[in-house]
Design a protein around this ligand. Sequence first.
Ligand code: KG4
Ligand code: ZN
Length: 343
Amino acid sequence: MKNEEDVLILAIESSCDETAAAVVKNGREVLSNVINSQIAIHTEYGGVVPEIASRKHIENINPVVRMALKEANVTLDDITAIGVTYGPGLVGALLVGVAEAKAIAYAANKPLVGVHHIEGHISANYIENKDLQPPFIALVVSGGHTHLVKVEDYGKYEIIGRTRDDAAGEAFDKVARAVGLGYPGGPKIDKLAKEGNPEAITFPRAHVDDAPYDFSFSGIKSAVLNYINSAEMKGEEINKADLVASFQKAVVDALVTRAIALVKECKMDKLAIAGGVASNSALRAAVKAQCEQNNIKFYSPSPIYCTDNAAMIGSAAYYEYVAGVRHGYDLNAIPNLKLGERI
Ligand code: KG4
Ligand code: ZN
C-alpha cells in the first residue's frame, strides 16, 4: 500500500472547535479524516467559548489521532512527517494541536511541519481535484477570514482582497442569531433560504473606495438588524425565509462579483473556493454559473473538506514538506499568523 517514495503526513488541526486528525498520502489522497466537532457543546452558548474549546481538545486529541492512524491502517512507523496547524486561530485551542504534534514528532523521531490554517483551506481543493495546480485565484470564506488570494505556487500566496470588518461566516452567524436560528448560523441560513425569495428585500452591496477587491459585511449585517427592529416596532410579522435568502444573496453577490473580476484582471482561468462558507449551496451555485459564463474553471472541495478538518492540513503540509519546510520543537501557536509568512 505504501511505496518507499510515498510521503504520508499525519495531520492535526485544532484551531477552533473541531479536533481533527488525518493521514494523507502524497498531498492528495486521504487515507483517513477524523473530525470530532464540539458544535453541540458551543451551541448552548451561542458561539465558540475558547476556554471550553481548549479543554475539549485536550480530552479528544489522543483518541482522534489514534483513530486517524487506525482508519488509515497505518502505524506511526509508516508516517513520513507530522503536519499541524499553528495559526491563525484561538491560542489555547492551537496550543493543544501544536503540543500534540511536537510530542509525536519527538517520540517517533519524525519531521515536524507547521501549517497556516488558511493554506490548509485552500489546499482542500487539491484533494478531489487531481488536475488543479497553481496558479489560480482562491476565494477563502470562513468564520474568521474573507480573502481573495492569488495562489502563485504551492506555498506562495498574495492576498489581494480582504474584509474590512466582519468575515463572511461571522456575518452569517450574527444574522442567524438575530433571526433566532442559533449557532452555527451558516448551515441554518443555507437551509432556510431555500424556502425564501432572495429578491424579497434589497440589502446593500457595500464596496470599499479605492480597494475594489476588499469586502465589507457589517453594513449588510446592520441593514438586516435594522429591518428586524423596524418590523418589530411596527408589530409586523417577518418572513424569516425571505429575510435570510435576501441576506444570503447580498453576501454571495459581493463575493462572486469580486472573485470573477479578479480572475479576469489577473488573466487567469481558474477559481477555487475554500473555507466553511464555501459549503454554502447558493455560493457554490453562483460561482459555478459565473465561471461557466466567463470560461473560468471552477474548483471547490466537497462540503466536508470546506469546514475545518485535518485532511486539508495534510495536503498543505505535504507541499510544505517537499519544499523543505521543517519546524523545531520550539514551534509555537501564533494566533494572528499571516498567510505566506514562514516562521
Ligand atoms: O472554515 P470554518 O469551518 O472555520 C473557520 O476557519 O472559521 O468556517 C466556519 C464558518 C462558520 O461561520 C459557519 O457558519 C460557516 O463557516 N458555514 C457556512 C455554511 N457552513 C458553514 N456558511 C454558510 N453556509 C453554509 N452552508
Ligand atoms: Zn477554518
